[in-house]
Design a protein around this ligand. Sequence first.
Ligand code: G3P
Ligand code: CA
Length: 247
Amino acid sequence: AANGGSDYSPLIIAHRGASAVEPEHTFLSYDQAIDDEADYIEIDLRRTADGELVAMHDETVDRTTDGKGLVEELTLKKVKALDAGEGQTVPTMEEILKRYGSEVHYYIETREDDKGKLVMEKQLLQLLKQYAIPQDQVILQSFSKDSINALHELDPELTLVQLLKKKDVEQLDREDLQAIKDIAIGVGIYAGILEESVVDLIQNHKLEIHAYYRGDEKEWTEKMLQYEVDGIFSDDPAFLANKMEIK
Ligand code: G3P
Ligand code: CA
């Protein structure tokens, strides 16, 4: 248990915005998350052919827009011409920072490009600096250890979370946890593979654990609250807040 006792209250991280309520990664979904008093807005980043950072989860635009193709092979102009749902466009990272400034907390995921290259770390930090977002309002996360290391090298003061895949979690030992702890505040793990023993192991190492779902939030929320994970990526922050109240 993270905090213990009845004052337990996990961070509510709006996963792709309130993505169960509004189209993911649109201003509608971020606005909804803010209305629902999420602590953080989660943003997945991809880079366009002409080097702009846009909020998009998949490597292609196919699932979430009316277009087709790899984000990396589309220009910003092409991406901005797409409908991301309810007439919304795909926001750029810069548009997001312009709109919300330091009014919200950001939980941003970096990725390697399709060839495994690090292409967005410097650019992202530059944008956060340009829009004067206080460092304590930003958490950066990645499945890529190289990306997390690169971010730490660019600025050792950043708040970082290492996302872990099932394989990493199964093999997780004290040495791995120590290496993570050297640069990150915690780890992000899929709720469906979390056992209480893993939660305890991680929290005993004074690392936070943030649980994410794969469209199966309703199935796992109670278990995550029972385990007292430190943060929850929620597709519906109002649902999570309600569950927290009745727990
Ligand atoms: O960033 C936490 C969670 O979002 C990781 O999974 O695939 O939804 O980005 P994914
Ligand atoms: Ca993500």
